[in-house]
Design a protein around this ligand. Sequence first.
Ligand code: F6P
Length: 325
Amino acid sequence: MKKIGVITSGGDAPGMNACLKTVVEMSYNYGYECIAFKRAYKGIIANDYFKITKADVASIFNIGGSMIYSARSKEFYEPEYKKIAADNIKALGLKALVVIGGNGSYMGAASLAELGVNVICIPATIDNDVHSTTEAIGFDSAVNNATNMIDNIKQTMQANERISIIECMGRHGGSIALYSAMASQADIVAVPEDPLNKEHIYRFIRDQLNFGNNSPTLVVAEKQYDVYALAKDVEHDFGHECRAVILGYMQRGGSPTVKDRMLAIRYGVAAIEAIDAGEKNIAIGLDNDRIISTPIEKAVKMHTNFRQDLYEAFKLLNNPRNKSK
Ligand code: F6P
């Protein structure tokens, strides 16, 4: 029987399991056996795989995380381990390896492609930073998770008249911060695409307080500030209570949203169709809600998919001086 391999790789994303289920079911529907490697590239190097069946994936569709584990492999950066991985895949006689993951996972896939492995990539990362698609599986779920948490935090901050500084994930991009700040009606958003220094932040907070908002909500993307130190400084300098919250992994867990479930199905179906049609070394993606495919060597660039238009709209809406006009 012809075989297809599959991994889930990098930081996990809600909807990875839904996509895995789709890939497995589609493989058998098209007459392929499906082989799952555990822990992504680590499992390929270690030959840690099993035949995954429709029964195995029957109840994972709406569960976060990944039943075959997701991982980042330091070893895989070394040429000797890439060669071991490529050889292991070839020995299994796989027609293709489906890589469900983000930007780093795509780079791993591209190096396997150079060693003669056929790789088909599916974007799944809460950061939504894959160049070859406007939408990655998991982003919408993370944004919904973050929005719900910010909603809750805003209520308790309002009751106590406190300023809040809330940090979202996103690696090098500000998309989760921007979308969840908009959807939760936060007052200020700080993203790496438009870095704000302390002076800027203080000016925004001052504007909000002057405008009569006693509990301004500041949403920041990760890796920019020490939010606990910033909250202390704000509290000291404004004489107004301030709390910092890091949303962390709570954004990444949980059931995928409908949008991510639909993406997972569409990408999984497209991937197996492409393999069966003989396509090689591509990344599946979305553009204007249409499925597209991009050669893997072009897909590996990181791209934050940051929506400048939404950012501009957020700023217009949240400038108290505009509101008071
Ligand atoms: O890439 C997904 C992501 O959750 C990023 O948003 C975050 O910077 C990173 O992974 C966290 O990685 P780890 O799970 O290794 O702490």
